[in-house]
Design a protein around this ligand. Sequence first.
Ligand code: FE2
Ligand code: FE2
Length: 255
Amino acid sequence: MVDLPRPHERPTAFDRMLIPVHRWIWRDADRRVQKLLRFGETETDGGRDILRAAEVTSDPLLRRLYLEHAIDEFRHGVLFRHRAAELLRASQSRSNIGFQGDWLAPGGHGLDDLQVDGESDQTMLAFLHLSEKAAASRFSVYRDVMQHDPPTRAIFEEILHDETFHMNYTFTQLARVEPQRHKRHLWRARLSRLWKAYLRLATGLAGILGSILLTIQYFILLPPFAWLAKRAARRENFGWTIVSPGRGDSLDRQY
Ligand SMILES: [Fe+2]
Ligand SMILES: [Fe+2]
């Protein structure tokens, strides 16, 4: 039996759990601008990769669908960038944007992980299906937490509609080109995404731990050296020091 995706993806339990974090991240106008700009970049890059997939596939139907898909992703990039520019003009934004939480709330797709050349249609479709599913899940959360910004919310709503279509067509096409083993391809792609998510999380945590350790070092290890340096400075004679004759003759040392 073919495991059909739901026509409208609901947020995953993980995304639902992070709703308060997403709400906090998106509440700040400057952070919103930066995230929209980054999303715009991710969508455009994803569109470029899918355009490449359209070039390399030998399946005429997939080529047509990939082309439509790529056009959608480019349009999403433009929508995000235009909205970011509007917000930027409205807020006369500063450049100090602080914590972005990208490892907790990355750009919708994860399409930035895509390596098109050398992929078969099956692995490509499995990867795209999961990426679009993740995007649909996240964008539905972003739309829901964006009550305070109706124009941005409308953009997420519009893009969510396209992502749901992308999620569904990639699944249907995967089941068409690989009717027997499409689930295996999906599981393999799922494991690969899980590994990349782990790496992203580990990198984020490593950044936080590194900052904490450096701060501890700054306040615990440096003060004794500062104290020793001050003590040594106090023992130094003030002003010029008379050097005894003959001490400056050596070329190997200063005195
Ligand atoms: Fe998109
Ligand atoms: Fe998409």
